[in-house]
Design a protein. Sequence first.
Lengths: 157, 498
Amino acid sequence: MEARSSRELQARNYLEKHRIMDLLTYLTSALLFFRPERPREYLISILERLRIARLSGVALPFFMDNSNIASMFEMLDSSNKGSISFVQYKEALKTLGLCTAEEVLKDDGHGVTFDKFRNEVKTTGTIDTSKRISPLCDTAVLGQTLPVLKEATVWGR
Amino acid sequence: MTRGPSDSGPQGAAALRGSMDATTAPHRIPPQMPQYGEANHIFELMQNMLEQLLIHQPKDPIPFMIDHLQRDNDYVPKIVILGPPASGKTTIAMWLAKHLSTNLLSVESLIAKEYSPLAADARMHYQKFKMVPDMLLIRLMQERLKEEDCVRRGWILDGIPETREQALTIQTLGISPRHVIVLSAPDTVLIERNLGKRIDPQTGEIYHTTFDWPPESEIQNRLMVPAGIFEGETARKLLEYHRNIVRILPSYPKILKVISADQPCVDVFYQALTYVQTSHRSNAPFTPRVLLCGPVGSGKSLQAALLAQKYGLINVCCGQLLKEAVADKSKYSDLIQPFFEKEIAVPDNIIMKVLKQRLDQQDCVERGWVLHGFPRDLDQAHLMDNLGYKPNRVFFLNVPFDSVIERLSLRRTDPITGERYHLMYKPPPTIEVQARLLQNPKDSEEQIKLKMDLFYRNSAELEQFYGDAITLNGDQDPYTVFEYIESGIINRLPKKVP
């Protein structure tokens, strides 16, 4: 297979940098779930909310609430020890889109308890919205259902 | 947000639990989702947005997406018309622009633009060298296409790109047409035609001494002979055109259509118009839900079986379903049995319940279905529609009465082997077998006539209810009819011309 052209690489990098595919998947799932009468206006309203949230750095409209965080912690802590390992914690943050692969997180030697997990998610979720597309951290929970939606690809034309 | 996609009731919870090991749990998508997606063309919407994002790669994607959605110009005309000199390009372009109320761009109109330093440059160049340099032309075009009216109402390019370099530059700038029309005609015809070309200096419209002579005498008096129409000149331009067009065509592989210009202008126009108004096949995922309607003996069961075999759709035959329900001794069998015994039609709500049970099963939702034998009249159609089972392709098979009689009245069954024969299409192999063949009393002429009358009484209403239905001639051999059905399913539904 011939080498990918620079334009294609450029395009792929662009998609990854701005997490466009995640955003589009989130928009599509929201559309299919809520099925508004006027899809364009609905999409515009979601995007406006995202834009304002980004600009003002306010706690984002779709942020995870306690129950989501609790369920996520439970999923990770399958043996109910009360704490998860550091590796698991890092992976969880990555899934939520709250930390990039290169970032180095401190490992304080003990496991990460639920309270610490929740506090971390809440604080990192609200800081620095300009750098990360963290309104999509709701997509992490949504992301569990997204593969379901994607794989079935049962649409109509 | 108290209720979101992540907690969508039992189905969502099941999906969530199931997605722990997402590969094993069955995916239960409520059928409203694909129907909504198809009705609102969500896939195309997202695809267009992604295309624009990739072409322009804005630093801030979200405001860009908001602008794009507000502009709502996914379906405005974006047409390129190419062709040799004297093929009638400009005429066709002008007519199309008027008909579709969109903007027409040609080399002349671009350089005639006022208030633009680029255009003034181009004019100077044109006066000196009789042509405009590529880069200047492309920049002029880009400037023009950015203007509000082009963005909102679309554009038609007449004779641009002229060379491969121009075509490639246009592509890199992210300007891509949706339809490209190439007019073609033999050179001799074109040279002849060019001799008769006349231009109206006031409107810019092109007339012809033989083919397109204006009726009003005042226009006739105004007409001028344009420069460069004699044979030598035309032949030279044709040579250059042929050299260039061969290298431009490969840039537009899937959206190209060649129309012969060697026919009356009106015909060319209508062909171009129909082409421009069709949308290309989309990549949207599509689950066919096909409804086959037709009188008894029109071949519905056969076509349904062929479709099920080739595309994996589920063949749902209403009559069969009811018989199975009785035979299986399911909860509906007691309800249906008395009607079978008395040979009355089963009431609509019972049929609907059995049908609903079948269509809700996972394999129907996932793979799509082919339904035949129901609905037979408007009430049944309304009932089905209200419950949310909307077919996305409806076919009416038309077969004349005599063909139906021929197909059905010659059916025979062998009571010993159970094999079914047809005295004309599948005759029995030996005289012995033929001697013992029996005919189903339902296949007698009177019965057939009754059923056909019943169908035709209701068919007008059904055709009106399913406005997008495709009517086919069922009187052909089965594989021809099958091909028509296939093309009806695969291609987009034709837009009704207002």
